[in-house]
Design a protein around this ligand. Structure first.
Ligand code: ADP
Ligand code: DP6
Length: 330
């Protein structure tokens, strides 16, 4: 029996990854830049054993169906190949984040699985190699290997596409992200399908690629200067550009719901009233609000005029991947 366990936190992209140039290797069309957060995370353990006759995957205590397990098996094959070990595995994962609701469960989930496999099979991977491995499970997972601000360099091959920390002088410790939970149910169009449809059919996709290269530079400059307004403005604008591409896809689609628009308007209003805050959204209806730690209490009070306390979760900068001790039942 080869056992390993790891915890990884979700990350939210300020400059989004949206589109692949290689689906098998998960090589992205553009660089992206994220903030790893402490509020939502995944813990995953994996056991490889000669005694197992198939791979099994249990998520939040529920044994998963063939389709979900096949996705995990595909990832396990990569780890097995690295280790030269042919054993099947049992994966047990707990999401402390709603699954597939646009809150980045795929990022924490696949980063935690990469970490657990590294432990179990004693692969001895460096952070860069862990990022490359996690990327093969889900693109955004490559960023969850690291804490704080992280950039995923798109690269051009398996070994050149990975994430790394953006130097920030600990500025992220002064920031916060408030999650406005609009809906925690699984979305209709996964990130994977949404970006594929957009790359294949959206008339706005070329415009996205032009813009995102500029936005990455603006965001990195803002981090270097600790300029919150500049970072907030480019974050909000970049998210809107990503979502605009979906409206020009065939068939067109959107992740926004009426309450997402309500949340975006509320953020604009809070800003007009003098508190610096900026929204971003991923492949789902939930809205995330980037702000400074010093303003969290006032912004939460203002948001509570429209949303319940239960809908609001405040997150701060989180850490990178962590190995955990595994309790092994005899
Ligand atoms: P999200 O916004 O939550 O990231 P996605 O549609 O991008 O939604 O990804 C959800 C998918 O990520 C799930 O269908 C599953 O394949 C994978 N996933 C989520 N949590 C885990 C986990 N703990 N372990 C392995 N895979 C996971
Ligand atoms: C909108 O990483 O979930 O959240 O690589 O197909 O697994 P796959 O997609 P995933 O997509 C994330 C898309 C996004 C933007 C981002 O996190 O950068």
């Amino acid at each position: 029996m080869y056992n390993g366990k790891a915890r990884a936190y979700t990350n939210i992209a300020l400059i989004k990854y949206w589109g692949k140039k290689d689906k098998e290797l998960i090589l992205p069309m553009n660089n992206s830049l994220s903030l790893t957060l402490d509020a939502f995370y995944t813990e995953t353990s994996v056991s490889f054993s000669k005694a197992y006759t198939e791979d099994t995957f249990s998520l939040d205590g529920v044994l998963q169906d063939e389709k979900a397990t096949a996705k995990i098996s595909h990832f396990l094959d990569l780890a097995r190949k690295k280790a030269g070990l042919p054993y099947f595995a049992h994966v047990e994962s707990q999401n402390f984040v709603p699954t597939a609701a646009g809150l980045a469960s795929s990022a924490s989930g696949l980063a935690a699985l990469a970490g657990a496999c590294n432990e179990a099979l004693q692969l001895g991977l460096s952070d860069k190699e862990l990022s490359q491995l996690a990327r093969r499970g889900s693109g955004s997972a490559c960023r969850s290997i690291f804490g704080g601000f992280v950039e995923w360099e798109k690269g051009y091959s398996d070994t050149t596409s990975y994430a790394q920390v953006v130097p920030s002088n600990h500025w992220e410790d002064e920031l916060a992200m408030i999650f406005i939970l609009i809906n925690d149910q699984q979305k209709d169009v996964s990130s994977r399908d949404g970006m594929e449809r957009t790359v294949a059919t959206s008339d706005f996709y070329d415009g996205w690629l032009d813009a995102v290269a500029r936005d990455i530079q603006t965001a990195k400059q803002a981090i270097a200067n600790k300029d919150f307004q500049a970072l907030g403005e480019v974050t909000e604008a970049n998210g809107l550009k990503m979502h605009a591409t979906t409206l020009a896809a065939t068939p067109p689609f959107t992740y926004w719901s009426p309450d997402s628009l309500k949340a975006m308007n509320k953020v604009r209003q809070i800003r007009q009233n003098g508190l610096a805050c900026y929204f971003t959204m991923d492949a789902g209806p939930n809205v995330k609000v980037l702000c400074q730690k010093k303003d969290v209490a006032s912004i939460l009070t203002a948001l509570q005029e429209e949303f319940t306390e239960e809908q609001l979760t405040c997150a701060y900068a989180g850490q990178g991947l962590k190995s955990l001790e595994m309790e092994v039942s005899k």
